[in-house]
Ligand binder design. Structure first.
Ligand code: OTU
Length: 638
C-alpha cells in the first residue's frame, strides 16, 4: 500500500487493534484479510465520502462492522471459508434452481423434504426468493423487506434457515438469497423511525419537503412499474412533517440513500448478519439504482459500482467465501460492468435469456450468435448465471445498436416479440401475458412460464400431438443450450416439470394487479410424480432431459465456464458451438426452428464423434440433417 491508503490504513489499524486482538489465534489471519482488502475498500469509499469532515470516522465504523461480523462468524463457516474452492462458480458441475419457499415447499421445514427432488436435478445452487418479514398485503413478492434479520413467520424462522444452510452444505448445495439493498419496506424499523420524525433515520431515505425539490431528479427517470401511476415519488403525510419519498418500484418500497455513509454501514451490518447464517451467495437486487444524482437517469452511475465494491471489500474481510450476484436488467454494456471479482462474481445473463427467446420466435439465430460471439465472455473468476426466465417478467434487453447492425429495427422488433409471446401475433405458439405495458412509450414486457411461452400450454389445449411434440422439443432444446454453454444454468422450479401458467393469482388481492404471479406457480407435486411414473408425458420428457443434462454437467469438464467457439454450420436456424477441456471437445448444435436443417459435415471437422444426447455414434458423412428443434451434443477427443 502506498500514499493516502497506506497512511489511512496505519491509522485505522492502530485504532482497530483491540478488536483484532479478540480474534485470538485467528488474529493473524484476520489482520491479513483486513490489510489485503483495505485498498479496495478505501478506493471505493474515498470518492463517495472523502469530502466529509467525519470520513475517517465513517471508514473506521465500516471496518468495525466488518471485524465484528468476522468475530461472530460461526466456526463451521470459518472452515467453509477456508475449504471453498474460489472458482466453484465456474465449474461444470454447478446447476442452479430458484423458487419461492411457500410455493415450492410450503415452508423452510417443507424444503427439507424437497431436497431429494433437487438432488435428482443435480442442484448445487439453490436460490430462494425473498423470505424475510414483509408488510401484510402487497409486498412485491417479498422485495419489500421489513427486517433483514427475520424470516417471514409463515415460512419459518432464522434458526430454521441457518439449519437449512447447514443441510444444503452437507449435500453440496450453496444457499443463495436475495439481498434487497436498494430499498426497504415502508414499515422497516428505519422507516418507522423516519415516520416518527427521527432526522437521522429520515436521512436513511430520499425524503423531500416540497415537490419542487424532486423535479431535478424526476425529469430523467425511467418508469419501472408504469401501472402504479405517477412517478417514483410519493407524498407521505404519515412521515413527520409530510415528505415526498423516493420509491423507484412500488410506493411501499422506499429507496435507501447511499450518499449517507451510515446507510452503507447499516446495510453492511444486515448483509453480514445474513452471511453468518450460512448464506453463500447474495443476489444484490436492483444494483443499477443504488446511487442517484440530479440530472442523470439515476441508473448505473459510477458510484453505484463503488457502493458494490465497498460492500465486496468489507464482506471479503468478514465472510471471505461470500459471493455477490448482480441483478442488473439493463443495457448489456451496463450489465457486464458489474461482473468483476471486486464487484459481483456472478450475474444474471438477461441478454442471453432474451436472445434465446428471440431466436425461438424468429427462427433466426443471428442475434443469438452475435451475443455468444461478442458478449458472452466474462473475466477470470466470474461467471454468468444463464436462465430462460426467472420470477420476473421477460424484457427485451438487447442493445439497439447490435440489432441495427444486423438490420433489425429495435422498436419494431420488440413490438413483434411482445406480440409473439403474448400470443397476439398470428401463428404464435406462446401464451404469455403483457406486463407493465406503457401506453406512453409502447414499452412492454412478458410474463409466463417456460412451458406457456414455448407453446406447450397452447398445444395441450388444442389437443394436438404434433404441436405438443414441437413444444416439448423447444423446452428441452432451450434448456439444453443453457446447460451446455458455460456458466451456472438456473432453473425456475416448476419448469423442470413443464408447469403451465397459473391464472389463480387474479383471485388473490395482493397479487391480482401484478401478473408476474402467473409464472410463479405452486409446485405441482402430482405432476412431478406423473413425470417420474410416465416418462412419455411432456413433463416426464422434460424432467428426464434435465436429469440427462445434469449427468452431462457432472461428467464433462468442457461444460465449465471457458472459451466458446462458434461453428459455421447451416446458419439461419441453427446455433452451433464447441467447447474444450482436458483433451476433449464438445460440440453443441441446436435447431431453433420447426424445419429440418442440413448439416455441413466439413464445418464440423473430423470425427469420430459420440453423440451424447441420444447416446449413439455420430458419423458426419451419414447424418446430414437435424430434426425440428433438434439438439446434438457431440463429443470428440481433441
Ligand atoms: C427486481 O427487479 C426484482 O427482481 C423484482 O422482483 C422486484 O420487483 C424489484 O427488483 C424491486 O425489488 O425492474 O421488473 O435493473 O430491472 O431490479 C423487475 C434491475 C425490475 C431492475 C430490477 C427489478
Amino acid at each position: 500500500m502506498e500514499g493516502d491508503a497506506a497512511r489511512a490504513f496505519d491509522e485505522v489499524h492502530r485504532r482497530l487493534a483491540p478488536l483484532l486482538d479478540r480474534a485470538g489465534p485467528e488474529r493473524a489471519v484476520l489482520a491479513g484479510r483486513l490489510e489485503s482488502c483495505f485498498p479496495q475498500l478505501f478506493a471505493a469509499v474515498l470518492p463517495l465520502y472523502g469530502h466529509r469532515w467525519d470520513f475517517a470516522w465513517q471508514l473506521e465504523a465500516v471496518l468495525r462492522t466488518a471485524l465484528e461480523a468476522a468475530l461472530a462468524r460461526p466456526a463451521r463457516l470459518v472452515v467453509r471459508d477456508a475449504e471453498r474452492r474460489p472458482d466453484w462458480i465456474r465449474e461444470s458441475g454447478q446447476i442452479g434452481a430458484m423458487g419461492y419457499v411457500d410455493r415450492f415447499a410450503g415452508s423452510i421445514t417443507g424444503l427439507f423434504d424437497r431436497l431429494p427432488h433437487l438432488e435428482h436435478l443435480g442442484v448445487t445452487y439453490l436460490h430462494l426468493m425473498p423470505l424475510f418479514a414483509v408488510p401484510d398485503g402487497p409486498n412485491d413478492g417479498g422485495y419489500a423487506v421489513s427486517s433483514y434479520r427475520e424470516v417471514a413467520p409463515r415460512l419459518g424462522s432464522m434458526e430454521q434457515l441457518a439449519a437449512l444452510a447447514d443441510e444444503l452444505h452437507e449435500r453440496g448445495m450453496a444457499l443463495v438469497l436475495d439481498f434487497v439493498l436498494n430499498h426497504t419496506a415502508d414499515d422497516h424499523a428505519w422507516a418507522e423511525a423516519a415516520k416518527a420524525g427521527d432526522p437521522a433515520m429520515q436521512a436513511f431515505y430520499w425524503m423531500f419537503d416540497a415537490r419542487g425539490e424532486v423535479e431535478p431528479f424526476a425529469r430523467n427517470l425511467r418508469q419501472i412499474f408504469p401501472d402504479r401511476g405517477g412517478d417514483a415519488f410519493v407524498r407521505r403525510d404519515d412521515v413527520a412533517g409530510g415528505k415526498w419519498v423516493w420509491s423507484t418500484f412500488y410506493p411501499f418500497q422506499w429507496d435507501l440513500n447511499y450518499t449517507n455513509p451510515e446507510v452503507l454501514r447499516a446495510i453492511l451490518g444486515e448483509m453480514l448478519f445474513l452471511a453468518n447464517q450460512g448464506v453463500d451467495v447474495l443476489r444484490l437486487d436492483a444494483v443499477p439504482f443504488l446511487w442517484k444524482k440530479a440530472g442523470t437517469s439515476c441508473e448505473n452511475l459510477p458510484e453505484a459500482h463503488l457502493v458494490v465494491r465497498a460492500l465486496n471489500a468489507a464482506a471479503s474481510i468478514a465472510a471471505p467465501s461470500l459471493v455477490f450476484k448482480s441483478e442488473a436488467i439493463v443495457h448489456p454494456d451496463e450489465v457486464a460492468r458489474y461482473v468483476r471479482v471486486d464487484e459481483c462474481r456472478l450475474s444474471y445473463n438477461p441478454l442471453l435469456m432474451c436472445s434465446l427467446w428471440d431466436a425461438l420466435a424468429t427462427r433466426d439465430t443471428r442475434h443469438l450468435r452475435d451475443v455468444l460471439a461478442r458478449r458472452f465472455h466474462t473475466a477470470e473468476g466470474t461467471a454468468w448465471v444463464n436462465y430462460l426466465r426467472c420470477h420476473d417478467d421477460i424484457g427485451w434487453g438487447m442493445a439497439n445498436e447490435d440489432m441495427t447492425v444486423l438490420g433489425i429495427d429495435p422498436e419494431g422488433h420488440r413490438r413483434f416479440l411482445n406480440g409473439f409471446y403474448t400470443g397476439r401475433f398470428p401463428g404464435s405458439f406462446a401464451r404469455g401475458l403483457p406486463f407493465q405495458e406503457n401506453p406512453r412509450t409502447g414499452d412492454c414486457r412478458v410474463s409466463g412460464t417456460c412451458a406457456a411461452l414455448a407453446g406447450l400450454e397452447q398445444a395441450e389445449e388444442q389437443g394436438d400431438a404434433t404441436l405438443v411434440e414441437l413444444a416439448v422439443r423447444r423446452i428441452v432444446l432451450l434448456h439444453g443450450l443453457v446447460y451446455t454453454m458455460g456458466g451456472i444454468p438456473l432453473l425456475y422450479l416448476g419448469d423442470e416439470i413443464a408447469q403451465p401458467n397459473d391464472p389463480t393469482y387474479t383471485s388473490r388481492p395482493a397479487e391480482a394487479a401484478d401478473n408476474r404471479w402467473v409464472h410463479r406457480p405452486y409446485f405441482d407435486d402430482a405432476r412431478r410424480q406423473r413425470a417420474l411414473a410416465e416418462p412419455a408425458t411432456p413433463e416426464g420428457r422434460v424432467l428426464a432431459a434435465l436429469v440427462r443434462l445434469k449427468k452431462l454437467r457432472q461428467t464433462e469438464p468442457a461444460l465449465a465456464v471457458g472459451p466458446l467457439e462458434l461453428l459455421a454450420l447451416e446458419q439461419r436456424y441453427t446455433i452451433a458451438f464447441r467447447k474444450r477441456a482436458q483433451g476433449r471437445s464438445l460440440t453443441v448444435i441446436g435447431n431453433l426452428s420447426e424445419h429440418w436443417v442440413d448439416l455441413d459435415a466439413e464445418a464440423l471437422g473430423p470425427g469420430p464423434f459420440l453423440e451424447l444426447w441420444g447416446g449413439q455414434s455420430f458419423d458426419p458423412d451419414r447424418h446430414h440433417s437435424l430434426e425440428p428443434y433438434g439438439l446434438l451434443i457431440l463429443a470428440r477427443d481433441g
